[in-house]
Design a protein around this ligand. Sequence first.
Ligand code: ATP
Ligand code: MG
Ligand code: MG
Ligand code: MG
Length: 439
Amino acid sequence: MRLSRYFLPTLRETPKEAEIISHRLMLRAGLVRQEAAGIYAWLPLGLRVLNKVCAVIREEQDRSGAIELLMPSIQSADLWKESGRYEAYGKEMLRISDRHDREMLFGPTAEEVITEIFRGSVRSYKDLPKNLYQISWKFRDEVRPRFGTMRSREFLMKDAYSFDIDQATARHAYNKMFVAYLRTFAGLGLKAIPMRADTGPIGGDLSHEFIILAQTGESEVFCDRQYLDFDVPPVTTDFDDVAGLQGTVDRWTSLYAATSEMHEPAAFAEVGEDKQMAARGIEVGHIFYFGTKYSEAMGAKVTGPDGVDRAVHMGSYGIGPSRLVAAIIEASHDEAGIIWPDSVAPFDVALINLKTGDAATDAACTEIQANLEANGLTVLYDDRDERPGAKFATADLIGLPWQVVVGPRGLAEGKVEIKRRAGGERESVAPIDLISRLK
Ligand code: ATP
Ligand code: MG
Ligand code: MG
Ligand code: MG
């Protein structure tokens, strides 16, 4: 992609309304634009990142055996009356009425819809287990939308829902998501710690929030710092291995980690003082087993092996991709701008032409772009008629993992310069060696 033909409305000034660094950088780097309070347009560069975040999430959901579908964003209030949540949900729900005065709503989550789909099509225990997920826009009329896409009113959510015949198999479904989440956040270049979360009236220990540590996080968290050194379950993980997965979850829940709502100072005191960590964090995912809460209320039953009907055991599992884009920036930036982890970078390479208009330099850049793209790398070629300083600043701001700098002086010696955005290391290489250096 040539930058001169792209749509990248970067800002030179730091927008005043943005309080935290990720919000500032997302606006400055032209990733998003606010259209109303807590409602954002995703501009081309931001959309590429968001899609990549979703691709990592999707890959791990699919690997764990979950199946993707897509539910409507406008839901019928009747379903929520069945579950008993219509009144209880309160002002966060955006309520709408259609031309026939039917009560509708913009879904803040989808337990009711998925339960309706399930009860309409599944009859027997033989069809279980199932885990169905979607990635779709949700709306919550947050009291205080802030920090850009970190806490917006319209936001993207991956929400998965598991269905099982009993509590034991539901636990396995929970463990699958737990492990898939560990892999997902690692795949996004983040260290997320699963922390015990409130299960509400159902009780039990089957709810975890996945938290990224960050000073700007809205949650107060307490944990054992050894979690930061834990190894993430490998790609070879067998999601059908019940005991194996339980072992992984046991290990990842063996040390102290709790959000403020679940914090027990006495238990935390037993964590050695050198290992105690009281910090702030960002909730990027939340998994929850809630048993038969919705299936009882809404009549989602299957026939068991004994011929008796019973309500299915369910869990729900959320991740916020649009919040994650901001969380990744909170975790990975410097004074000059964003530093994207490779897995979510909107392009792999920023190709910088130091002398646009110089025939030899232009030709070299065009050839390098074609060659990199032919080898599977995505390139944003800065062919604008701008001074080198402005191009370097843009490249640093938008944070692509590699910069390839091409100018007449280097070309005279048969060399171009590459810079790794993360560490800033520079190296002079022959264009022919670019592929082997960048891949
Ligand atoms: P929070 O405590 O931050 O309000 P929540 O507990 O209400 O979040 P869940 O219902 O658990 O959120 O939703 C699952 C995931 O959706 C969250 O872990 C988060 O990643 C994302 N999410 C929730 N609310 C928002 C929001 N307002 N903006 C962006 N992402 C959100
Ligand atoms: Mg909330
Ligand atoms: Mg929460
Ligand atoms: Mg939550």
